[in-house]
Write a protein that binds this ligand. Structure first.
Ligand code: F6P
Length: 521
């Protein structure tokens, strides 16, 4: 795709000119104009993109590039439910989950979303009012990947909205250290278990679900009814009923919602249980507002599109192969992990939609941590290391607490880091103390961390990811790369249990033999 487009070569030449130039000098000519071009507002989020190694005219050229690829049509195709997940022949409709309007072209899909939302609302209201026959104290979500990261992030982020006396827990990893820790904290008679698995074939989730079901039976004896304590979210109804959950306790999922885009579906049930259904609705509304912005705003002022264009500029033309996400907000500490799956599972691809090997690099490594802790951990490398990591800073204008002095200190640190990274030290003679600066960053300002603003922020990142994938000409909605490891794990597990041995590389042979030696009777 990019190889046949002349604009790609022109952009590459522009970026070559920028290398060696200074970001802070880009403000000299007309600072007002730069801020006007590179500060972009969307519902719930304002982004200052001006501290990037890019001139306004480069940015306009990037926009031209997106226009030349008719990306507006690709965005429309996704919103309209066309099969944009080409390798699996599926629509990609997490946007419909936020706004299941009767005017959507495929009325049956919109109706399915509306009826599931109504079922969720009834269930949550009933459960929170003791309608399950007990007052819930704990909700345990058993799921991994997209069936874990989104709900866990949102539950943690919306801790201020938590309904009193309800704790949510997340069992994701097959490591029983996590499971034991959680089981040690809960009582079966007041716990609701949510088994979240779109496919209901994910090995970790099934092992955890079986262990928890056994624990529940042992602890509860004959006094507790499994049906009152176990529900599931899945698209595989037959597999769930086989596990022992009644059909009426299953919330549906559809193949047109990808796992990493699924927190807006019934996979978000723990959020609704922790914060109440109206706050879950607010989260959806915030995402819907960002959807509308993304769908209708011209690319120059379209925040997800602008971020994706900057991402391509950084990855492909400036050669940055990593990006750090640093929220200055403890409530967003799980955001980097969520974005790792969203971006790296979506765009960590080596071939185009047509199956052709790509010449250009795709998803950078996404990582991060929370400020100010990160300043005292890895920021040294960001300031004086030899590799380049652009940063997304995120901070709220207003705190949700009474400690104004703390929030002021947080803001001061956040802004100071972005300034120090860009400007560096002036007139420093000692090379060991010299900070060259010229490091790029984006600054995202939220008014305050409400369900609406959080929904909008997460939808912004989803659309950034989709748009960036479209710029690269890849399919952002499949994930075949995770399959081989899953298959091999199943095989090795059998071998470790004494099953027939199969051929492995010498290193893996050594590892299997070491464990088998140790477990010999
Ligand atoms: O790791 C691959 C993956 O398929 C993710 O895309 C998905 O979010 C996760 O596993 C969990 O899948 P499921 O919800 O089907 O258990």
């Amino acid at each position: 795709m990019t190889k046949v487009n002349n604009l790609w070569a022109e952009l590459s030449a522009c970026a070559d000119d920028r290398i060696g130039e200074r970001i802070d000098s880009f403000f000299d000519a007309d600072p007002g104009q730069r801020m006007q071009t590179l500060v972009i507002s969307a519902p719930g989020v304002t982004a200052d993109l001006s501290k990037n190694l890019i001139l306004e005219r480069d940015f306009h050229q990037l926009v031209e590039f997106a226009i030349s690829l008719s990306l507006d049509k690709k965005v429309e195709a996704m919103f309209n439910g066309e099969a944009v997940n080409t390798s699996e022949g599926r629509a990609v409709l997490h946007t419909l989950l936020r706004n299941p309007s009767p005017s959507f072209p495929d009325a049956s899909k919109a109706a399915a979303v509306r009826s599931t939302l109504a079922k969720l609302e009834t269930f949550v209201t009933n459960a929170l009012n003791g309608g399950l026959g007990y007052q819930i104290t704990d909700v345990v979500n058993i799921g991994i990947g997209g069936s874990h990261l989104g709900p866990a992030l949102v539950c943690d982020a919306l801790r201020d909205y938590r309904i009193k006396n309800i704790q949510t827990h997340f069992v994701s990893n097959v490591d029983a250290a996590l499971l034991d820790d959680i089981l040690g904290k809960i009582r079966p008679e007041s716990t609701l278990f949510v088994i979240a698995s779109k496919s209901f074939t994910t090995a970790e989730t099934l092992l955890n679900a079986n262990t928890v079901r056994d624990w529940f039976s042992q602890q509860g004896g004959d006094n507790l009814n499994l049906a009152d304590h176990f529900i599931a979210v899945s698209s595989a109804i037959d597999k769930v009923t086989e596990f022992g959950i009644n059909e009426e306790n299953i919330f549906p999922m559809w193949d047109w919602v990808g796992g990493r885009y699924s927190l807006w579906s019934a996979i978000g049930l723990p959020i609704a249980l922790q914060c109440g259904f109206s706050n879950f609705r607010q989260l959806l509304d915030g995402a819907a507002a960002m959807d509308e912005h993304f769908r209708s705003e011209r690319f120059e002022k379209n925040l997800p599109a602008a971020l994706a264009l900057l991402g391509v500029w950084q990855s492909n033309f400036l050669g940055y192969d990593t990006r750090a996400v640093i929220p200055y907000d403890d409530r967003l500490k799980l955001l980097p992990a969520f974005l790792q799956q969203l971006e790296m599972e979506s765009n960590g691809k080596q071939v185009s939609k047509e199956g052709d090997a790509l010449d250009e690099t795709t998803s950078p490594v996404v990582w991060g941590g929370v400020g100010t802790d990160a300043q005292h951990a890895f920021f040294q490398q960001l300031h004086q290391g030899t590799s380049e990591t652009p940063i997304d800073f995120i901070i709220c204008k207003q705190a949700n607490h009474e400690h104004a002095d703390h929030h002021l200190a947080l803001q001061a640190n956040c802004f100071a880091q972005a300034e120090a990274l860009m400007c560096g030290t002036q007139n420093e003679a000692d090379p060991e103390r010299l900070m060259i600066g010229n490091h790029s960053s984006n600054m995202f300002l939220l008014e305050t961390l409400t369900p609406f603003n959080l929904g909008s922020l997460l939808a912004m990142y989803e659309h950034r990811t989709m748009f960036q994938g479209a710029l690269w000409g890849i399919n952002s909605f499949d994930q075949f790369g995770v399959e081989l490891g899953k298959k091999l794990a199943g095989q090795i597990e059998q071998e470790l249990q004494g099953g027939p041995r199969t051929a492995h590389d010498p290193s893996t042979e050594f590892l299997i033999n070491t464990i088998m030696e140790q477990t010999k009777p």
